[in-house]
Design a protein around this ligand. Sequence first.
Ligand SMILES: NC(=O)c1ccc[n+]([C@@H]2O[C@H](COP(=O)([O-])OP(=O)(O)OC[C@H]3O[C@@H](n4cnc5c(N)ncnc54)[C@H](OP(=O)(O)O)[C@@H]3O)[C@@H](O)[C@H]2O)c1
Length: 326
Amino acid sequence: MSRKLRWGVLGAAGIAVKKVIPGMRQSRLCEVAAIASRDPEKAAAAAAQLDIPAYYGSYEAMLKDPDIDVIYNPLPNHLHVPWSIKALEAGKHVLCEKPLGLSSEEIRSLIAVRNRTGLQAGEAFMVKTHPQWVRVKDLVDSGQLGRLRAVECWFSYDNRDPQNVRNVAEYGGGGLMDIGCYPIFIARLLFGEEPVRAKGALEFDPVFKTDRLASAVLEFPSGHCAFTCSTQIAPAQRVVAICEQARIEVEIPFNAPPERACRIFVDPGSDLAGGSRQEETFPACDQYGIQADEFTRAVLGEREVPVPLENSLGTMAVIEQLRAGA
Ligand SMILES: NC(=O)c1ccc[n+]([C@@H]2O[C@H](COP(=O)([O-])OP(=O)(O)OC[C@H]3O[C@@H](n4cnc5c(N)ncnc54)[C@H](OP(=O)(O)O)[C@@H]3O)[C@@H](O)[C@H]2O)c1
């Protein structure tokens, strides 16, 4: 295909307007051709601000646009599967934000529609294609640090706004769904396995009824992952992957900033004060732009979908186990 693939954005969501669309502006393979909002004025303002040629005052209207090839779905979690299904039924490929659905059953219903329509669909775990994670995965898989045995993660922020979609239980809010999904995804990626057991402790906000502090241990055939995530403590994020001969630390594992280089550290631990630590840097890049290009390549048949829906089922299965156990 000689022209760029034309993407339409479903909703003037914060993540779309602040991160994903700006990241896609550098894309070689695709362009944001339209944005839709429930509010026409909001759609017009976002289109003007981000130099998007077309806007729509309803999601349905954009799905009818025959010139749109791919839909990016950054709606609140409870609308991920319903609107991704509508987009597929309208003949569009779909990249949908994480977490893909509210339950495994819901994700299976999306898989059925993808299979019937023959279109491409994937979950927007942008970390998967960031060069720092491609490198960490390669390092682990190479075996040069010995076998991976443990993954330690934390991810937190402080957001007590009752209007925020993360704090609305019926929208699929809560820390586990919003950010706990990242450690689960990363541990499954690095081990290359599914956990055989997952146990955790969840503390719920008494008003929002969403989990505000969650800690879990995932037992994989090859090792363990432990993580804590929270929506009501100081912002922090880190991943440490511990192999038999060295540990790998990812400094900014999830919200890698586009304007500065990222770092990972590989440390055999022979000097506990950090003297044996080796640093690797990755030139500044935009993980959302890379994500859009890689998904576009999948649509063009040049690669597999970076995070296919079957993978999303694995993440959801862990969330469901942790909820059931708590
Ligand atoms: N991958 C990442 O780095 C990342 C980062 C942040 C968030 N996310 C994901 O992106 C999604 C959106 O998060 P966000 O922070 O961007 O949320 P947000 O700013 O609240 O945006 C959600 C958008 O959904 C639309 N919407 C439709 N029905 C709605 C309803 N009943 N209530 C609220 N909004 C509704 C609204 O667009 P209109 O008013 O224009 O129709 C709204 O702007 C979530 O699934 C989240 O997990 C991913």
